[in-house]
Structure formats: C-alpha cells, structure tokens
Design a protein around this ligand. Sequence first.
Ligand SMILES: Nc1ncnc2c1ncn2[C@@H]1O[C@H](COP(=O)(O)OP(=O)(O)OP(=O)(O)O)[C@@H](O)[C@H]1O
Ligand SMILES: [Mg+2]
Length: 503
Amino acid sequence: MSTWRESVPVAGSVILTPDARALDSLGRNHSLPTALADLVDNSIDAQASEVLIRFVRQSGRLRALYVVDNGRGIGPQEIDAAMTVGARRDYGQGDLGRFGVGMKSASFSQARSVTVISKTRSVPPVGRRWVIDSARRDFSCDVIPVAFCVEEFDRTWRIPETGSGTVVRLDQVSGFPATDDSVRVEKFVTRKILEIRQHLGLVLHRILEANRVRIVLDVEDVDSPYPGPSFDVEPINPFGYIRSGHSDYPKHLVATSENQKIVLRCHIWPGRSRTLQFRLGDSPSAHQGLYIYRNDRLLHAGGDWGGLHATDADLQLARVAVDIDNDIAGLFRMNPEKSRVTTGPEFAALAETAIAEDGTQFADYLIEAEAVYRRSRQRTRSRRTMIPPGKGFGPGLRASIEDEIPLLDREDGISIKWRRFHRDDFFQVDRESRTLWLNDAYRPEPKGERHSVNDAPLLKALLYLLVEDVFQGEYLGPKDKDNIELWREILTAAAKEQSSARD
Ligand SMILES: Nc1ncnc2c1ncn2[C@@H]1O[C@H](COP(=O)(O)OP(=O)(O)OP(=O)(O)O)[C@@H](O)[C@H]1O
Ligand SMILES: [Mg+2]
C-alpha cells in the first residue's frame, strides 16, 4: 500500500513572467502571404473598406512593407492592449480575431521591427513600435511621437480616406533580397505580389466576392515622383467551376450528434482544369478534400479528408466546404497562424454519419466523384486533337479550351488578330503564319480607352472551333477551300448586317 494525497499542498508563490525570448517562437509557421493574411484579417475586423499592401523601395533596395487600412482604427486607450501578446478583446460574432497574437506573430515572423500607427475619428493618431531585440530583453515597446504618426498617417496611400485607419509598417524584413540590383529586386517583388494575390484571393474569396473589402498591392519607389503600378486582389473561388461535374451536386450532407451539427457541402468539379480556381497555384491534384471556413475566411484549403478517407488521385474532383464556428471547436482546431485546421478523431466519426435529404451518404459521394473523374478522362481522350490557341485569347478562354480539348504539342498556336482589309471580307486565313485575320472595320468598340488584344472572346471561341481544321495538314484540300468560301460569304454578310444595325 502507498500513500497518495488527492490535493497538492502549497507553501507560498513566486511570480514567473514568461521570458521575453518566448517571442522568438511566435509565428514560426508563417510565410509572407499567410502573415499578410493575418494582418488583413485585422483590417477586415476593423470594417475597413480598403486595404493597401505596399512594398517601399529606396535607392533600388526594398526597405519596408506596409499594410494600411481605412478601418475604425485603434484609440489611445486601446493601443497598448493591441500591442500586447495574447491580450484578447471582446470579439464580436463574425470577427476573424481570436487569440490576441495575430499581428505580433505575423509581423515578427517576417521582420525585426513592427510599427503600428493608428487613428480613430477625432483624436490625433497614436503609435507604438516593437523591435524584436528590445522586446526580447524586457518586453519594452517604443512610443512613437505624435508628429511622426501624423506624417506617416498622411502619406499618400492609395485608399479612400475615412478619417480613421491603421498603418502597420514592417522594417528589416528578413525575406527581402539584400541587394539593389534592379533585376533581382524586380523579380522578387513580381513573384511575391503574385503569391500574395493568390493566397489572399483564395482565403478571402467569399469576403471579396461579397465586396466587403478591396485589397490593393503596390510598390512605392521613394526616389520617383510617379506612383508605381497597382494590383487588385481578385477572388479565387475553389468551388468556382462553370458547370457542376454531376447534375445532382453540390449536395449538403448533414451530421448531427447530441450537441453538434456539421454540414458538408459536397462538390464535384466537371474535370481537371487549368483554371486558377482548380489549380490553386500548384499541383493540380493536391487540392481535393476539406475546405474549412470560419466566418467566411478560408482556413484550410483542401489537401486531406480529415481522417474520412485517404487522398487519392481518383478523388481529385471532390471538394467539400465546411463552415465552422467557435462552438464546434472540439471537432476542429485551427493553428494560431490561421493557415491550417486539424480535425479531431470525433470529426471523422461524426462526418461518416452525414446524410443528404435524398439519402446520399458520404461514401456515395466519393464514389460519384470518382466516376465523374473517370468519365471526364475518357471524354477528353476520345476527342479530336486540335492545334492550340495562339495569340488573341484571354487566359480564361485559353484555360477552358485546354481543359476540354486534347491539344497538339506545338509552340505556335492559331492566333486570331484584327487588321485593316482592302476588301469588306470578314476574315482571311493565313496558314503560313497560323493566323486568322479579322477585318478591323467590324471590330467591336473597346470597353476602355483602347482595344485589348484579347477582345471579342465569344466571337474568337466560335471561330476557333469552326476553322481550326483548315490549319491542319500540309495542303488545303478542295473541301477546306469550299468551306472557307462558304464561311466567308455568310460571316461577311452577317458582319455587314451587324454594323449597319449599329450605325
Ligand atoms: N488594422 C487594425 N485596425 C483596428 N484594430 C486593429 C488592427 N490591427 C489590430 N488591431 C487591434 O489589435 C488587436 C490585436 O490584434 P491581433 O491580430 O494581435 O490579435 P486579434 O486580432 O485580437 O486575434 P488573433 O490572434 O486571432 O489575430 C485586435 O484585437 C484589434 O483590437
Ligand atoms: Mg488578428
């Protein structure tokens, strides 16, 4: 027999504040795009209508990175809490914030110094700065003088003014190239801007689609009087196919236990696709599985089935959207970087019982998704091989042609271009240069100031499907010649009729 006491006695207490070096471990899983997403989350929580992400260049070198918004700002009474690691506020229903660490961990994951300058209506701006070295010594945070806050706040940011807002400035960004070589810097910025647009476009696609916020990226060269180009973040919807792969889908499968309910919104893509919405930036088959959203922010972009099934090449068209809120936290755990969700063992057990109104179960869905994938492969394989589109086709149209048609592996595709004709013919076939020339006289008016080379997509798609065949083979056969005659007569008559109707 041994003695065991149920309660542990104490003889007093000592206060052990965490060592400030604990800051080092913050945000280790962040990349630049996920860190920026965390900062943009804060802007969205602050009801900003616009957010600007800006790279600042001086003497050729990248010097700082800003995230600026026109949201409600942080007041003098709140700024210290906002800078404190782990200080949580009272979160509202749809808030993206949760842990009280996002801004700090996102910033320190990318930079050695973060300055926050913020302004609420009718009071002067306030500012604080964390520099990792002094923060690690004793958590000491710098107070920024009001004059500099005003100066920084009043710089030309490319967002509408609301009288309030927040400027988050990162200095000594660790990933920036240590060079003023303009080619290398240019390359770096171009690649990062693309990565950031893709990541933010994906994780915030619902919020962007609902026009709750606009996000712009730009590069400021402080030595130049001209503003640099700017880029909008466009939504990338991982469920953004044109037509469902199966007419009965998407289906909602619901699973309930005593205190929990989850809804699995099961989708089937129509086939592999080259669109950004399907590829999501990298390998085409890696994005099957669960898409987990919290307050319309995507936390987890596929790649696994949360213990429901193993990933499988035949399931690459299957994607399931799941909305979670804080109440079902027992089933799901998001990482503090908000870039992944892990599911607990109870999730798979509960999800397996999910059922649709028509009786469809999760296993049935997977079987359907697999069948759609097999059929889509057979379909494209049995189609006639065609010459790829060349110049004059926009990326969306090109991707869709590539998805649907097996294409010959050659560099020069069929270009469709406009030029002035001496006659009133609608088109000319130039097999030599693989170009279908269209008569400028019938060109539709441009939407903006100038014509786009990729204009008139509907017309070009129809023509491509119609004439592709005459570009194949060594010679133009009599049948081809007659077809060209026929199309020319009819299409020229149609084009004339259309332009006289317009006049
Ligand atoms: N752009 C901003 N506009 C207004 N307030 C902000 C902004 N950024 C941060 N804050 C304030 O600072 C606080 C701390 O932000 P931080 O991102 O560190 O934590 P959080 O958003 O509360 O939680 P989480 O760790 O989940 O992101 C926020 O709760 C908010 O009050
Ligand atoms: Mg946050």
